[in-house]
Design a protein around this ligand. Structure first.
Ligand SMILES: NC(=O)c1ccc[n+]([C@@H]2O[C@H](COP(=O)([O-])OP(=O)(O)OC[C@H]3O[C@@H](n4cnc5c(N)ncnc54)[C@H](O)[C@@H]3O)[C@@H](O)[C@H]2O)c1
Length: 361
């Protein structure tokens, strides 16, 4: 019998959970969905049909669902400012938690959630889906295999055309720093993973071009230092004019001692340094193509399976909440850097929230 899941959020990205990520894990017996919640009755009904649930298993109130449903864990797919309220209900009911990124919409709430989950002795992980996408996982394997040597720099470009109001779900057009909190959290998480070390320093500039129909900043440029001597360069926009590198089709480049790996629009190529030459020239598109890894599950579907294995006694998921605070600290460290106009020491920044101490930058 699979893990019993109470799922919160059936609209927006939650609909992908209901029509794809959850069903693929129901089919192979990894999970059983025992309850569904959404405040929007239409989204709830669509989700109910995708999952084949009875009407009495569906709720418009999370409080009511947590009272009525017995589950091993809950999955949270509602906007980040609301995550903590659901975590509180889960912890009170003794449930484990698999939540969509980011942990929360502030550094304070993210650390509070991690502390509450730890104090309750529960397990919580975050769906950093894109790191577990087939193309990014293949790039990570190529870089980790050792043949390319030490990582020198990691570059990432993510450029989406969501400039029109409501094109990227309304809450993102109304929040502060939508690109950093809702978008870049994935990219910075992948960059640290490719660098192979925690981020020690981040220096960011953020802004909103006049055509972006948002309250917060849609454009970000950031420089990062990693603990092992690697550096990162990030360019992100949710209001770029042409959608050059949209979700799932980002550009990543990893420079190493002996080569260059480029992932662009899901195609991976590698260039190897020829040690017999004094110097060498290369061009994107003329490298050695690398086939993507084979696998049945990727992104959220894979993370649901790995989370269940953790509940069954396997080692913690790599996106467990404690480790995932690193990605959140990069995001809120970048916001602090943009505010102050200078680099932020990411580990000290994170530590200052853990101890409840004032930020010393
Ligand atoms: N991992 C990824 O690739 C990925 C992609 C998209 C979104 N997300 C994450 O998923 C979460 C939701 O984003 P979205 O784009 O689906 O948002 P959305 O606004 O499009 O949809 C949110 C859904 O939650 C419901 N909802 C709101 N408050 C609720 C409450 N109190 N109880 C129950 N249901 C409630 C809404 O009715 C709606 O159906 C966010 O954390 C976001 O970052 C992750």
């Amino acid at each position: 019998m699979g893990c019993k899941v109470l799922h919160i959020g059936a609209g927006g990205y939650g609909e992908r959970w209901c029509d794809t990520f959850l069903p693929s894990n129901v089919t192979d017996g990894t999970i059983e969905v025992v309850g569904l919640v959404d405040i929007d009755v239409h989204a709830l009904e669509r989700g109910r049909r995708h999952l084949g649930l009875k009407t009495e298993q569906c709720f418009t109130s999370a409080q009511e669902a947590f009272r009525a449903v017995d589950a091993d864990f809950c999955s949270i797919v509602i906007p980040p400012a609301l995550h903590e309220s659901i975590v509180d209900l889960a912890v009170a009911r003794g449930m484990h938690i698999l939540s969509e990124k980011p942990i929360a919409d502030t550094m304070e709430a993210s650390v509070r959630i991690a502390d509450k989950v730890k104090a309750a002795g529960r397990k919580m992980a975050v769906t950093m889906s894109h790191r577990f996408d087939q193309d990014k996982a293949t790039l990570k394997e190529l870089v980790s295999a050792g043949a390319l040597g030490r990582v020198n720099t990691v570059s990432c470009r993510s450029l989406c055309d969501f400039r029109i109001y409501d094109s990227w779900s309304r809450f993102r057009h109304e929040m502060i720093h939508p690109m950093l909190i809702e978008g870049a959290v994935h990219h910075l998480d992948i960059m640290a993973d490719l660098a192979g070390a925690h981020c020690t320093s981040i220096f960011a500039r953020t802004w909103k071009p006049e055509w972006a129909e948002y309250k917060g900043d849609t454009d970000v440029i950031a420089l990062m230092d990693f603990a092992n001597g690697a550096y990162g360069i990030y360019e992100g926009s949710s209001a770029q004019s042409t959608g050059l590198n949209p979700w799932g089709f980002e550009y990543f480049r990893v420079e190493t001692t002996y080569g260059t790996a480029i992932l662009d629009h899901r195609e991976l190529e590698v260039f190897h340094r020829d040690s017999k030459r004094i110097y060498q020239k290369s061009r994107q598109g003329e490298g050695q193509q690398v086939s993507l890894l084979a696998g049945k599950k990727w992104k959220n579907a894979l993370l649901i399976e790995q989370f269940c294995k953790w509940l069954d006694g396997d080692p913690p998921l790599v996106t467990n909440i404690e480790d995932n605070l690193q990605s959140v600290a990069m995001v809120f460290g970048a916001i602090e850097s943009a505010r102050m106009g200078k680099p932020v020491k990411v580990q000290e920044f994170l530590q200052s929230f853990r101890e409840g101490a004032p930020i010393a930058l």
